[in-house]
Design a protein around this ligand. Sequence first.
Ligand SMILES: NC(=O)c1ccc[n+]([C@@H]2O[C@H](COP(=O)([O-])OP(=O)(O)OC[C@H]3O[C@@H](n4cnc5c(N)ncnc54)[C@H](O)[C@@H]3O)[C@@H](O)[C@H]2O)c1
Ligand SMILES: O=c1ccn([C@@H]2O[C@H](COP(=O)(O)OP(=O)(O)O[C@H]3O[C@H](CO)[C@@H](O)[C@H](O)[C@H]3O)[C@@H](O)[C@H]2O)c(=O)[nH]1
Length: 437
Amino acid sequence: MNIAVIGTGYVGLVTGLCLAQVGHYVTCIDIDTNKIDQLQKGHSPIYEEGLDKLLRENRQQKRIEFTTDYDMGLADKQMILLAVGTPQKNDGSADLGALFSACRAIAEHLSTDVIVVTKSTVPIGTNERIQDYIKQHAVNNNAVSVVSVPEFLRQGSAVQDTFHGDRIVIGGENTEAVETVAEVYQPFNIPIIKTDLRSAEMIKYASNAFLAAKISFINEVANLCERAGANIDDVSRGVGMDKRIGNHFLKAGTGYGGSCFPKDLSAIIAYGRKVEQPLSILECVQRVNEKQMDILAGKVSKRFRGLKGITIAVLGLSFKPNTDDMRNAPSIPLIQKLIENGANINAFDPAATETAKTLLSDKVFYYETIDGALKGADCSIIITDWKEIIDYPIKLFKKHLARPIIFDGRNCFSLKIMKENGMEYYSIGRPAIFPIS
Ligand SMILES: NC(=O)c1ccc[n+]([C@@H]2O[C@H](COP(=O)([O-])OP(=O)(O)OC[C@H]3O[C@@H](n4cnc5c(N)ncnc54)[C@H](O)[C@@H]3O)[C@@H](O)[C@H]2O)c1
Ligand SMILES: O=c1ccn([C@@H]2O[C@H](COP(=O)(O)OP(=O)(O)O[C@H]3O[C@H](CO)[C@@H](O)[C@H](O)[C@H]3O)[C@@H](O)[C@H]2O)c(=O)[nH]1
């Protein structure tokens, strides 16, 4: 099928490439000329292993192309995927400005009957608005059916998630359009669930909200473990082995970040308020998460009796490993707090340094190696569990740091190894380790 994808961010690019890979012909449209320039030259603007290869293969097979021109991009397409951003507004609700400006462009450039598939995460009722909006602004008399296919990929493993997802949700009121979309996704061989538009929209928010709730839940239990003298790693494993609970998203840490959970929770909470059905559990989930981001600063401050003048090697800046994305990364409020209280920051991240420079205080010193960041620092804080950091030899922490002290926000190391190496080690939800003097 000939498919247009509007928006070449994470979702648009990965979806476009994966649809091309299973044999469809895809044109990706974006208003960002830099992004389109890069893609036309065969460079992925997104950092993720495997994406460059997928891009190269599909360009060679002429199954994917990139443009800023809506006329060219929408010509002869049977399906248009909407994958523009839906960021958070000041009041917490989703900003649908980019989405409706893309809908306006569809209405003005459409010259064939199409199915419009919404991949963007949108509040309940939005797909009905999209249907009305395009009809109202259409310059030609083409038939348009809107179908909701929310996206569940994770950054860093987006291609893998697209080919091996747990389910594909297809929501729509027009049965024929829903069936056509199901055929397009059939080569992925993933279970498909067909629903109405509103249920599909709700499934996306409820899924993210539940996952975020699991994280805040385990973080609270971790904090309780510290008081109780229990070990969150064992507790988490024991709880997660119950199949009714499941062992995913039970890893305690410095809180969830990223471009999705924080904004999607805010959006569904704002929607609940609007329809007078407040979501009190999710409001707590958010509060617990905000508090969790402060936990490491508190531990360092307690250990050093204040932060003034100490030098901290911060390892990992991106909101999670295998991505250069810094949106809502826990490193941002944490580093801000440390600097406000007088600490000096040496930072290392394998991929996110350039983005970090645009977001963090200009007082932060960046290093290209872990060695460089550690040298002479009073302690190290681990915020993101990159493989490079987990695999870094403990004896080098000991060699480079002025004092062998680690505050680990992702429980990267075993307590036994820390003890054996004579480290002073504070993690999340586990007993602190002090060197034997
Ligand atoms: N990033 C994820 O992991 C993820 C996963 C699932 C769902 N989602 C949802 O998918 C949507 C897209 O997320 P993203 O992270 O890919 O967004 P993004 O912000 O990375 O990219 C959006 C792209 O849309 C382009 N754009 C904006 N207005 C446009 C217009 N009028 N015409 C053409 N292009 C336009 C922007 O230039 C940008 O390249 C959001 O609703 C998000 O919540 C994201
Ligand atoms: O046990 C866990 C699991 C995750 N996290 C944190 O949670 C955040 C989000 O992680 P993850 O879900 O892996 O990343 P995203 O790429 O943001 O993906 C989420 O958000 C996407 C956008 O909606 C959805 O499509 C995905 O299904 C959903 O997992 C990160 O800060 C992680 O460090 C934890 O603290 N503990």
